[in-house]
Ligand binder design. Sequence first.
Ligand code: PMM
Length: 294
Amino acid sequence: MPTTTELARIRLARGLELALEAPGVMGVLNVTPDSFSDGGRHLADPVGAGLRLVEEGAVVLDVGGESTRPGAPPVPLDEERRRVLPVIEGLVRAGCPAPISVDTRKAGLAREALAAGAALVNDVTGLSDPDLAGVVAAAGAGLVLGHIQGTPATMQAAPRYADVVAEVEAWLVARRAAAVAAGVDPAAVLLDPGIGFGKALEHNLALLAALPRLAAHGPLVVGLSRKAMLGALLGGRPVEGRLFGGLGGAVVAACRGAALVRTHDVAATVDALRVAWAIAGADERAPRTGGGRP
Ligand code: PMM
């Protein structure tokens, strides 16, 4: 259990733990040629790029080999393996000091990534592969369960909810229960409302407003870095112009209960969260003086 000064303590593979006293940053290391936000950026030296993100302050490094951008076709296991495993092995060989997460929906890839040194599985489809929870349980690994409506190929076609917060909440609670029933340690599970995964702008905004309610069910991961919702809020701004908007979103997500903010822009987000958290927390730490202004 977290102590009163801890925001969250998450159990990971190989006896590792992620103890967070303040919201942390999950750095994105996509090794895909077609990710919407950084397609191909890290392909030349992915291990070096990952180590730099950790130096910049990422507390977890999320390695992904299958783009989940809207409309993305599925990547065969062999190809995903070819992209991801050498990077995880390289990071381990280089002594990567942060736990490595593997962003995959496939149980087979998760098993191999955990054997290669990953400590956490980030599944944006919340157990669409029925074997994934068993793989995570067997490795004693951490598990991020993300909410999605549809599949990456179809999810943004016409997302529809009667009550998006209640539906996502019920879904996350059910997926979490399924993971625990398959043997995953309840202290190893993080939940993610899945910003942009089968959601229109109004759905994303409703979920971000409801983070305190969702956080009652477990530590939250929130990812909005460079996503279309930022472009929409900024008058159609393209991906490369969304940094400052993303920082605004990251700060609000952290102050509303996200334990981890997933981002491409690690250094900037780490600074933004440090300042936001110091200021947001100052109120509770300040001595009570009975009300009057000094
Ligand atoms: N978004 C993307 C990929 N993986 N994982 C989690 N847990 N949460 C997210 O919001 C998330 C994710 C897609 O974005 P990218 O192409 O920028 O990685």
